[in-house]
Design a protein around this ligand. Structure first.
Ligand code: C2E
Ligand code: CA
Ligand code: CA
Length: 432
């Protein structure tokens, strides 16, 4: 995607928007520099912005251009032009060829963040960097840049990690990622995706109170592919939006089937990956599902994680209020795992906290964790919210959680995620 108003002049060395080199000129100049400065160790650094496309969609293209110029101006001031070459390769991609001892990447990211923040754009704009430490100078420059790009793609959207160095393993991962992305469309068409249900259990009343729909991929050749492998790939390439919708529909289909059979249903909660919040037809789509399967809103709950909130608070708040108006319950997934859990709790009308698995895992090792869990349950109670503790694997953990109050558990101790048929059997056994 190109920012508007940037038509590279034929034969020009420079990008007309930012005044930095364009990609072709960068390749030439970097090769000359590397050839001349054999005694100096260099990095190739690829940088880009989180969700730049979205910024251009949400705001005027001038805003996108303003950000790009601010970044370029920073590079011009920050780096010595005699030792460092920088370019805007396209859209929001910047590449630098910089001596290793002149780059403090943490500081660069911090300073870039500060510059962008000073533009007062109401969206969290973050820079990410992939770094290739040049070892063999005979590697073509475009491949050096590809390697820095690989390192960048690995962390893009991760929020906690803002830069990464290339290593040889990344090439293998890249190939695997391409394989996953190359197979995803066919997998959806050929019904290779399916849902599993993990029951959520009330340990005091001994009943299943709800379940979470979790996607599974059975590839005809590679067998079962773990969500841990394919979800991050789909979050990067956008396919998660379609896959999530498929999962929601499967959950609705199951609810309808049980109702038609005269069986009891409990709410099924589904995951809403943060990319969904950029689809403005999301509430309409969910309402459409209820309508199509003739369900009541309480039969489907929506799990939202904190990273969605980090992205764009106003839009998320708006969307969540619409969901509430439609009658849906909202769960905050992985509560306590990120930086803004309490902020999200403060601002959003949420119904249930799902306490991140990391807490329960340390319960037996740390008294402090026990106190924090107790506090979270009290906090939720005071706010009139429900609590689910995820990842409960042992009796000790279950008993402790049950002792805290009205808390539901989700974890291997009660049940792993189950194929639909097994879930139904279990639900029939543990219904209220
Ligand atoms: P999540 O939403 O936090 O889901 C809970 C994960 O914890 C599931 O992993 C579940 O199998 C696992 N789990 C449950 N109980 C235990 C336990 O006692 N011990 C341990 N060690 N693990 C437990 P799963 O199915 O591999 O999914 C991983 C993540 O992938 C999910 O984390 C969610 O973020 C994502 N995911 C899964 N299905 C979907 C989907 O349909 N849409 C989206 N957007 N993301 C999904
Ligand atoms: Ca979840
Ligand atoms: Ca979770």
């Amino acid at each position: 995607m190109k920012a508007e108003g940037i038509v590279p002049t034929v034969g020009s060395k420079f990008d007309s928007l930012t005044g930095l080199y364009n990609r072709e000129a960068f390749y030439r100049e970097a090769m000359l520099l590397l050839g001349a400065r054999f005694d100096v160790d260099y990095y190739i650094v690829c940088m880009d912005i989180s969700c730049f496309k979205i910024i251009n969609d949400l705001f005027h293209v001038d805003t996108g251009n303003l950000i790009l110029r601010a970044a370029a101006d920073y590079f011009k001031i920050k780096f010595n032009p005699r030792t460092t070459i920088s370019c805007r390769a396209e859209a929001d991609h910047f590449i630098l060829c910089v001596p290793r001892d002149e780059l403090d990447i943490e500081q660069v990211i911090k300073e870039l963040d500060a510059r962008i923040q000073s533009l007062h754009i109401s969206h969290n704009i973050l820079f990410f960097a992939g770094i290739y430490p040049i070892e063999k100078r005979d590697l073509p420059i475009d491949q050096m840049c590809d390697r820095a790009g690989m390192a960048l793609r690995r962390i893009k959207g991760s929020y906690l990690t803002r830069y990464a160095y290339y290593d040889a393993k990344m090439r293998e991962q890249m190939i695997e990622e391409q394989l996953i992305a190359g197979n995803m469309e066919a997998a959806l068409l050929e019904n290779q995706f399916t849902i599993y249900l993990q029951p959520i259990f009330d340990p005091r009343k001994n009943i299943v109170t709800s379940a979470e729909a979790l996607v599974r991929w059975f590839h005809p050749v590679h067998g079962m592919v773990s969500p841990g492998k394919f979800i991050p790939v789909f979050e990067r390439n956008g396919f998660i939006v379609r896959l999530d919708r498929f999962v929601w529909e499967e959950a609705c289909r199951l609810q309808r089937k049980r109702l038609d059979e005269g069986k009891s249903v409990v709410p099924i909660s589904v995951n809403l990956s943060r990319l969904n919040f950029y689809s403005l037809d999301l509430p309409e789509f969910l309402a459409g599902l209820l309508d199509k399967y003739q369900l009541e809103p309480w039969m489907l709950k929506l799990e939202v994680t904190e990273s969605a909130y980090t992205d764009n608070q106003l839009q998320l708040l708006d969307m969540i209020s619409t969901f509430k108006d439609l009658g849906f319950s909202i769960l905050m997934d992985d509560f306590g795992s990120g930086y803004s859990s309490l902020n999200m709790l403060k601002d959003m009308p949420l119904d249930t906290l799902k306490v991140d698995m990391a807490f329960i895992r340390e319960l037996e090792k740390s008294h402090r964790v026990a106190i924090i869990l107790k506090f979270i349950v009290e906090l939720a109670e005071e706010l009139g919210m429900g609590v689910v503790v995820e990842g409960v694997e042992t009796k000790v953990q279950c008993d402790y959680v049950a002792s805290l109050g009205e808390v539901a558990i989700q974890g291997y101790y009660f049940s792993r995620p189950l194929p639909i048929e097994d879930y139904e059997k279990l639900l029939d056994k543990y219904s209220s």
